[in-house]
Every structure is written in structure tokens, then in C-alpha cells.
Ligand binder design. Structure first.
Ligand code: ADP
Length: 555
């Protein structure tokens, strides 16, 4: 794939492989008593340490071998963020098999497709997914057995699942005398599928090396800034791009981990943040809207909570401001993709930005940020020509780096790269300082009379209106301009708002011809399996929508 210039002289340093098992070994050796706290699916709290986690992961590695699981084979998991899931992250990858996390919020047909496509040999699942697993199992003939992630007392007395094991019973049967194998660092470690909003999901197969390099990159101060002084709560699920790598980077940094289990509503998360002294968290915007709403309504304040990384979709400026101005919590905007392990860019401000006014700082924070070290970016036009970094010229974002996909699992979708670069499908500008801003996903772009209208800008303005909970902007057919923007809005419960006053709110904020041609109020916007607003679904819903307003675009 790549061509290297050769040198007659090789470096003389060891090529000790970068392996996932080394992370939990390190955490056990240097942070043995640091806690991992989990809200269990069973309803109670569970606490133990990195040392305990390492011990149980070794027992599980022995159990996997006893089940006949061999290196390279894929093991599926359907589980929330919790300690048993964490143990599997290390036991499965560390022993040389491939950890395949499955998003339980996907449609059952997609789950079946993914399990079969990955050729999962065993399926581990939380008790809350028993009926889901029972429903897909008959279509997943390649799965040799199932493991329910619970104690004996929770095992079902009757089930149609063949070869069903109990997680805790497996651990009881095996000891912790296990030496992690020295694998090739380029060996496959884990597998995540894209959420497949268009077509079937495609697999991104990570390696030990890509995972370790991604972890080194994300712990850095200008990225997530993790250390043993942080208490890290990944709200982003461990089944969504490995919770953005936090199950690896937090132990690498020796940070306390708080795993919220299935309860990710505003109230439950707020409570956990306060009870466990969480300082750092990460997740998609919708979750953080819930926490902010809860804190606002309950008139509560955060004690130790300092920073949230928000990504996955554009973070509404009103959300950032709400946390910073009312609670002193910094929202850090980040960008990534399943195909990038996932982190590609993080928006950190530098000392020179302290001199900027509040509004200018805010505008900078709204960008998705600078590439983290290791990721290269370029912006290209439709013919592949490179475009300038001037903060204005929009183009397709291409990336390169050691934790970026080279090809999809099983070669699905053909060639993934264009001249060695991965086309992200995001439409962006990059300013002279290298801050990248997403204006759209290429499939969400609205083209009116041949010119781009930034749907994210229009959504952000709507979401700054106090009566708006969430908003999505899509292009709908227009006989003269091809497409015009339609704004679909979910109001806050009990809020009063009409179309005219919302459109009036855009006054002076965007060019007149960008104004949405119409506004539709809905009870709830559709949310996809990864917690993001599903624009593809909204487009389907409004595909025959007839614009009622006079076109706003003049000229
Ligand atoms: P999918 O949503 O396709 O399943 P991902 O979860 O990997 O897959 O999403 C990747 C996409 O999410 C990016 O290509 C980009 O369009 C969008 N995205 C991620 N982070 C941000 C962000 N901070 N702002 C805007 N869009 C984002």
C-alpha cells in the first residue's frame, strides 16, 4: 500500500511489539489499587481495582482457551459499559483473538448480518440482551456457544440457546496463571462495524499496533489530557468504536474508570458524576443535552467535573456555552470515525488564544480542531485537487495515519483509499492554523442553485433558541434551485414556538439565501444506534415534502 524510501542503515532499537495486554499489565503494576466502578445491569454498583481486573482477564483468557477459541477468531459481545466487558477487551484481544463489539441498538437483521459476516465463534452478552440473542441465534449458525455475563443465580432456567455458559462460572473454573502471548503487533485485535446508515455495515479491523498508537495519541494533554489524577467516565458505549479508546487510554494513564452501564439518562449520569468524583467524560451531544437539562432543572452544580469531550456529530454551540457559562465545565469538541479508531482531531485552545474575546474563542471551539499527532489531513476538490487551508474553501476531507483504515474487513466495498488517503465523506474547511471545521457530511450536503448551504450551521443556530431541543436541516426538492433547506425541529417540552419567530431568530446570523424555506415541528427526531440524529431517516420521511413558503433565496 505504501512505498518507503530505503536507507542503508537500520536503527538499533528493540522492536518490542505494541500489544493491548501490555496496557492492563502496566495498570496492574503501577496503578494496582486504582478503582474501576461499574453500574451493573443487575442494578447495583460494583467496585474493584486494576489488579482485580487483570486477574479476572487472565482467568478469562484461560477460559477462552478451554472453550477452544483460537487466535484470530472473532468473539462477539453485546454489552454495556461495565467491568466484565472491560475484562473481555483484554482477555480476548490479549490472548490473540479478535474482540468484536456489537451495537445492540442496531436492528436485529443488522446484528445477524454482522455476527455472520464477522464469523463470530462465541457470543458474550449482558443479561438484558438475552431475548435479543435468543431471537438472532437461530440465524447465526456459525456461533458455537454463548456466554451470559452474570453469576449463576441470574442464569435462565429455560432457554433455547445452545451451549450456554455462565460468565462467573467460567471464571471459577479457571485460575489466573496465564502468560499473555507475545503476538505480532500488526495482528488483528478488534473489530467494529460502521453503523450502516447506507447499505450494509462494513467492518474496521484494528490491530494491536493501531490501538496502542491511538491510545498514546489520545492521552496527550492537547487531546484528552488523561492522567492518574483524572476520574474518567466513558458514556460513549464500549460497543461504539471501543468507547473512543477510553478502555485502553484510561488504564494506560492510570486513571480511575467509572462505567455507567445501561443508565445514560441525565439524572443517572449526573448522580454518578457526583458520587464518583468524575472529572472527565466523553459522548455524543444528545446524551450531554440530557445531563445539562437535568442539572438546569434540578438547580444542581457539579463538584469535580471539569471536561467533556463531545463528538460523533457537531456539538451545538448552545450546549458548549451552557456547560461552560453555567457550570464551569469545558466542552472539548472532537472528531473521528469508526474507520479511524476513532479519534482524528481534537479542538484544544492554545495560550495565544487567551487574548481572544469570548465570542472569538467560542467560534474556535465550534471547530472540530487540529489533527492529533499521527494523523495527516488534506482538503480536496471533486477532481482530487488539493484546496487551500484558508478557513473558507470547502472540500472533501482526506486522512492518513497509522490508526486509519487501509481496507475494510474482507475487502468489503472495494478500494477504501484514494492514492493512499482515506476519503472521510466529510465536507470541511481548514483554517491557516490547521483547525478543521465540518460543514456537512457529503451525503447531507444541501446544494441550492449549485451552491452549498451548511446544514450544521443552520442546525446550530436553531439549537441556540431556548425553545428548541434538537434540530436537523435537510435538503428537499425545489423546482428552481434543485434543493432548498427544510428545518425539522423538536421543541423543548412545553415550549411555545412558531415558524416565523424561529426564522426571525436567523436574522443577521446567515446570508438571506441560506434561510430554511420551511420549518416542520415534530414530536421527536429519530435517533440512530449510535445516539446521533438520523438524517437519512428524516430525508426518507420528508422525501415528498412540498415547500409551502415562497423561496427565500432571491436572485
Ligand atoms: P457512522 O455515524 O457512519 O456510523 P461514525 O460513528 O464513525 O460512523 O461517524 C463518523 C462521522 O460522524 C464522521 O464522518 C462525521 O461525519 C461525524 N462526526 C464525528 N464527529 C463529529 C463532530 N465533532 N462534528 C461533526 N460531525 C462529526
Amino acid at each position: 500500500m505504501f512505498q518507503f524510501s530505503s536507507s542503508p542503515v537500520e536503527g538499533h532499537m528493540m522492536s518490542d511489539p505494541l500489544l493491548i495486554s501490555s496496557i492492563i499489565q502496566y495498570a496492574d503494576r503501577y496503578h494496582p489499587d486504582t478503582e474501576i466502578v461499574s453500574r451493573r445491569v443487575e442494578g447495583d454498583m460494583h467496585r474493584y481495582t486494576y489488579r482485580d481486573c487483570h486477574k479476572r482477564a487472565r482467568k478469562m483468557a484461560n477460559a477462552l482457551a478451554a472453550l477452544g477459541i483460537r487466535p484470530g477468531e472473532r468473539i462477539g459481545t453485546l454489552a454495556w459499559n461495565g467491568y466484565r466487558h472491560l475484562e473481555l477487551y483484554y482477555a480476548i484481544s490479549g490472548s490473540g483473538s479478535v474482540m468484536h463489539t456489537i451495537n445492540p441498538r442496531l436492528h436485529a437483521d443488522q446484528i445477524t448480518y454482522i455476527i455472520n459476516h464477522a464469523e463470530d465463534q462465541y457470543l458474550f452478552f449482558d443479561i438484558s440482551f438475552l431475548s435479543l440473542v435468543e431471537s438472532v441465534a437461530p440465524q447465526c449458525k456459525g456461533v458455537k456457544g454463548f456466554v451470559m455475563m452474570c453469576g449463576r443465580e441470574r442464569m435462565p432456567t429455560a432457554t433455547a440457546l445452545p451451549n450456554l455458559h455462565c460468565y462467573e462460572a467460567l471464571l471459577e473454573q479457571h485460575d489466573d496463571d496465564y502468560a499473555w502471548p507475545v503476538l505480532n503487533e500488526t495482528a488483528a485485535s478488534s473489530l467494529c462495524y460502521t453503523s450502516g446508515t447506507t447499505g450494509n455495515p462494513k467492518g474496521a479491523l484494528y490491530s494491536h499496533r493501531s490501538t496502542l498508537l491511538h491510545s498514546y495519541a489520545t492521552v496527550q494533554p492537547n487531546a484528552f489530557g488523561l492522567s492518574s489524577r483524572e476520574v474518567v467516565m466513558p458514556v460513549v458505549p464500549m460497543f461504539h468504536v471501543n468507547a473512543w479508546g477510553l478502555p485502553y487510554s484510561a488504564p494506560m494513564a492510570g486513571a480511575k474508570l467509572v462505567l455507567p452501564g445501561p443508565l445514560v439518562d441525565g439524572n443517572s449520569l449526573f448522580e454518578l458524576i457526583e458520587e464518583e468524583g468524575v472529572t472527565f467524560s466523553a459522548g455524543v451531544p444528545t446524551v450531554w443535552l440530557g445531563v445539562l437539562d437535568h442539572a438546569d432543572k434540578a438547580g444542581k452544580h457539579f463538584t469535580a467535573f471539569k471536561r467533556i469531550v463531545i463528538g460523533g456529530s457537531a456539538c451545538p454551540p448552545a450546549l458548549m456555552k451552557g456547560y461552560r457559562e453555567r457550570y464551569g465545565v469545558e466542552v472539548i469538541h472532537a472528531w473521528g470515525m469508526t474507520e479511524m479508531s476513532p479519534v482524528g482531531a481534537v479542538c484544544s485552545l492554545h495560550p495565544r488564544h487567551a487574548a481572544l474575546g469570548t465570542e472569538e474563542q467560542q467560534q474556535l471551539r465550534e471547530k472540530q480542531g487540529q489533527a492529533v499527532f499521527g494523523i495527516k489531513m488534506k482538503v480536496a476538490g471533486d477532481l482530487g485537487e488539493e484546496l487551500p487551508w484558508d478557513g473558507k474553501t470547502r472540500g472533501n476531507l482526506l486522512v492518513k495515519g497509522p490508526w486509519v483504515i487501509g481496507s475494510y474487513f474482507k475487502g468489503e466495498g472495494g478500494e477504501a483509499l484514494q492514492n493512499g488517503w482515506f476519503p472521510t465523506g466529510d465536507v470541511v474547511t481548514i483554517d491557516k492554523d490547521g483547525y478543521m471545521q465540518i460543514t456537512d457530511r457529503s451525503k447531507d450536503v444541501i446544494k441550492s442553485g449549485g451552491e452549498w448551504i451548511g446544514s450544521i450551521d443552520l442546525e446550530n443556530i436553531a439549537m441556540a433558541h431556548p425553545a428548541v431541543h434538537q434540530a436537523a436541516c435537510i435538503g428537499v426538492y425545489h423546482p428552481k434551485w434543485d434543493e432548498r433547506p427544510l428545518l425539522v425541529v423538536e421543541k423543548r417540552p412545553g415550549a411555545e414556538l412558531d415558524k416565523q419567530s424561529l426564522l426571525g431568530f436567523y436574522e443577521g446570523k446567515v446570508a438571506r439565501w441560506w434561510l430554511p424555506d420551511d420549518v416542520v415541528f415534530v414530536d421527536a427526531l429519530p435517533i440512530g444506534a449510535t445516539g446521533k440524529v438520523l438524517k437519512s431517516e428524516i430525508r426518507k420521511q420528508f422525501k415528498d415534502f412540498k415547500l409551502s413558503a415562497e423561496p427565500t433565496r432571491n436572485g
